[in-house]
Design a protein. Structure first.
Length: 348
């Protein structure tokens, strides 16, 4: 089969690799019908985080084979794979923190038994712990909502986690810091949770337009001090009730902490990159500012978001601004790295 391989910073290609096989009774083999490139994939692509080999962690596909103990999915099911695999039964999973599963892990490397777990950007993936990981999509593989359903593997669930962690509430005001796919999904999540005012920071006209389409009420085309002043003016000097930090760099953290009012909360989901250790405790103390968030437990949110997509009340698919075949994976990475596309959908 073909799979995306990151050879070195800036060098990714679709190469021939061995087909996956069932190694453990809890495994499933999924034929990928759609995957995508994540903003977090760009960190190793840019050489800012160590990684080589198989890559990708967002995919939807059809179950081709299952291990002897798999009961929740069966051959022929169209399934959505959260961006990490998890058992569903350990104390952390039962508490809803599936990304902290005691037995789970990432795609693109070995599992706890030493067997390779394929990356999501490929033609097939061996999914460990299939019963706790995979969610049946309840649609045919050629359904017109596949792109929307694919977002539930990561970015929609992650944007939702930002909004939930920030405490977005009915009638409240939220600032979304970050206009990538996760930030745009945080806009959708904030609408879903009933926010009255959603202020998006975006200096890119195409991304700002998607944010407005998704339900943002205001766009601030500025960064840093200028953005903080603009938010203060929009909120009558008080600041927002909460903020969603969806980037993961020092500047986005600084902005998120400065745009919330005293007593506000920052929900953070941006994968940290170059952010110094430690929070500005004095800032948090003086302003009674709360901070919550982290790696999104998308498996926990997937069922409720799936229902909304299938019912037609949630459609994150506009975050995909282009679709490419797997053989053009290098062009897809370059497009996202250059920010000429918001998110690239990959069809094997």
């Amino acid at each position: 089969m073909k799979a995306a391989i990151l050879h070195a910073p800036g060098r990714v290609s679709a190469d021939e690799v061995p087909d996956p096989a069932i190694h453990l009774p809890t495994d499933a083999i999924v034929r990928v019908t759609a995957s995508c490139i994540c903003g977090s994939d760009l960190w190793p692509y840019r050489g800012q985080r160590a990684h080589s080999g198989r890559i990708g962690h967002e995919f939807i596909g059809v179950v081709e084979d299952v291990g002897s103990s798999v009961a929740a999915v069966r051959t022929g099911d169209v399934v959505i794979a959260p961006f990490m695999f998890s058992c569903g039964n350990c104390p952390n999973c039962r508490a809803g923190w599936t990304t902290s599963c005691l037995f789970g892990g990432d795609y693109g490397g070995p599992d706890r038994d030493g067997y390779l777990v394929d990356g999501g950007q490929g033609e097939f993936v061996r999914v460990p712990l299939a019963d706790g990981t995979l969610v049946t999509a309840r649609v045919p593989e050629d359904d017109e909502r596949i792109a929307a359903l694919l977002t539930l593997s990561d970015v929609m669930g992650t944007g939702h986690h930002a909004a939930v962690s920030a405490g977005v509430r009915e009638g409240g005001t939220v600032v979304v810091v970050g206009d990538g796919a996760v930030g745009l999904c945080a806009v959708l999540a904030s609408v879903r949770l009933g926010a009255d005012r959603i202020i998006v920071l975006s200096t890119h006209r195409d991304r700002a337009q998607v944010a407005l389409t998704f339900g943002a009420t205001d766009v601030v085309a500025a960064r840093g001090d200028e953005a903080v002043v603009a938010v203060s003016e929009l909120t009558g000097g008080s600041g927002a009730d909460c903020a969603c930090e969806c980037v993961g760099v020092t500047a986005s953290w600084d902005t998120a902490l400065r745009v919330v009012r005293p007593g506000g909360t920052v929900g953070f989901v941006g994968v940290p990159n170059g952010v110094p250790g430690g929070l500005p405790v004095r800032v948090l103390f003086d302003g009674n500012i709360g901070v919550r968030g982290g790696m999104a437990p998308t498996r926990r949110y997937l069922p409720e978001l799936l229902d909304d997509v299938l019912e037609g009340v949630l459609d994150p698919s506009p975050i995909f601004t282009t679709s490419i075949p797997l053989t053009q994976i290098a062009e897809g990475y370059a497009a996202m790295d250059n920010r000429t596309e918001i998110k690239v959908l990959v069809r094997p």
